[in-house]
Ligand binder design. Structure first.
Ligand code: NAP
Ligand code: SF4
Ligand code: SF4
Length: 374
């Protein structure tokens, strides 16, 4: 296993981290197959993974408990544990400590190495400040409860900059993969945070697994090239110097072995021109398959009623093309937008349509988007 530095924390973390959001289950999300989960987590650690990412709500609250069990028998000492404060469940200052204590009990530890504010999005941002999250974090750190403080993020780049600049964060965690280069924090966010010295952890490197299970026209491209999408998608990330390390939610021993093996062949400067061209072809094919051919040029803006047209189209395209978790996340992001920016605020005035070089019938489309995310 190779190790990479996590920004200003200076910590050396395995290039591949373990995402504990997708532990093996017996069908239901909350019914974790404990022995299988413990085996897969320990197998990853035995293969050199030294970072486990979990969170308060994973597997209906059972995720942290199962991670805690997996880290018995000497495994705790071999890894960094990361978990997160569910900001949407915090109502008052004391809730931070109450939830943190509960997390320590579930994980069976009295110290957490990396603690994140979970899923920072614009609607929670004022509440985070009102609840004095930074003051709480500094007190808890001074009391020796946790090590490094960071945040995970799901919102737009402009807001990402605001969050990065608001505090002396040590690291952040963003959704990033080759179909999300200009989605959420995106490539701009990756560079921005890294330039500020933050460690940048990548989550959803396979877009929750959807990139490894592509639609037929994309699958044909991978097959013709004789390459596996998961392997190339991960190598594409590890090629970037701004990426500190990559978390993957592995739920089978075979996935751990494959991703560890890929990590062994990957690194900055290891991605070939042939692979770059292959990824470009796949990206193009995904664009072609997207139902709405929006190029995000922004010529349609501003909408006199405030609708964020390109973002609504992006969420709609993504939700249509990538089912499952990505689709559910798009719905959440839509509902997290200010009401005036949502497609439902469209008055079908037609102003934007005259400006769209792609000839998209935006008024009609906004009604469809509003209905889809209703
Ligand atoms: N807001 C947040 O803080 C937040 C949000 C999202 C994720 N995260 C964290 O980041 C971690 C990583 O995100 P993610 O779980 O979405 O990662 P991901 O790697 O994009 O998706 C994981 C899924 O990819 C598939 N997979 C993994 N390795 C594979 C391989 N070698 N070949 C084929 N398929 C493979 C598996 O799908 P199948 O099960 O279908 O085989 C697995 O469940 C999460 O587990 C979680 O810890 C945090
Ligand atoms: S048609 Fe809708 S989205 Fe376009 S400018 Fe008018 S109100 Fe805004
Ligand atoms: S003008 Fe058309 S192509 Fe450009 S961002 Fe707006 S909807 Fe998309």
């Amino acid at each position: 296993m190779q190790f990479r530095k996590l920004g200003k924390t200076g910590k050396e973390i395995s290039a591949l981290g373990f995402g504990a959001m997708r532990l093996p289950t017996r069908g239901k999300e909350t019914d974790v197959d404990e022995s299988a989960a413990i085996e897969v987590i320990r197998h990853a650690i035995d293969r050199g993974v030294n970072y486990i990412d979990t969170a308060y709500p994973y597997h209906g609250g059972h995720g942290e408990r199962v991670v805690g069990k997996a880290l018995e028998d000497g495994y705790r000492e071999k890894v960094y544990i990361a978990t997160k404060s569910p900001i949407w469940q915090v109502e008052k200052f004391d809730d931070f400590s109450r939830i943190f204590d509960e997390q320590c009990a579930r994980l069976n530890v009295d110290y957490i190495d990396f603690y994140l504010v979970h899923c920072v999005q614009a609607p929670f941002w004022p509440k985070m400040q009102e609840l004095r999250v930074f003051e709480w974090a500094e007190r808890a750190q001074a009391d020796g409860r946790f090590g490094e403080f960071g945040f995970s993020f799901h919102d737009r780049f402009e807001f990402f900059k605001e969050v990065v600049d608001a505090y002396d964060w040590r690291f952040c965690q963003i959704q990033y993969n080759f179909v999300n280069e200009d989605v959420q924090a995106g490539a701009q966010g990756l560079k921005y945070a890294a330039e500020k010295g933050l460690g940048v952890i990548i989550m959803e490197p396979l877009f929750g697994g959807t990139l490894a299970n592509p639609p037929d026209p994309v699958r044909e491209i991978w097959q013709a090239a004789g390459r596996k999408p998961a392997d190339v998608a991960l190598r594409w990330l590890w090629d970037k110097p701004e990426v500190s390390f990559v978390l993957s939610g592995m739920n089978r021993i075979g996935q751990v072995d494959e991703n560890v093996e890929t990590a062994g062949r990957a690194g900055v400067g290891q991605f070939s021109d042939e692979e770059r061209q292959l990824v470009s072809r796949v990206q193009e094919k995904y664009k072609e398959l997207s139902p709405i051919p929006c190029t995000k040029c922004g010529y349609c803006l501003p909408c006199p009623h405030g609708v964020n047209i390109p973002l609504n189209i992006e969420l709609y395209n993504s939700a249509t093309l990538f089912k499952g978790n990505p689709s559910a996340l798009c719905r959440n992001l839509y509902h997290g937008l200010p009401a005036s920016e949502q497609a439902k605020a469209c008055q079908a005035c037609g102003t934007c349509e005259e400006r769209c070089p792609q000839g998209i019938e935006i008024g009609k489309l906004m009604a469809e988007v509003a209905e889809t995310f209703r």
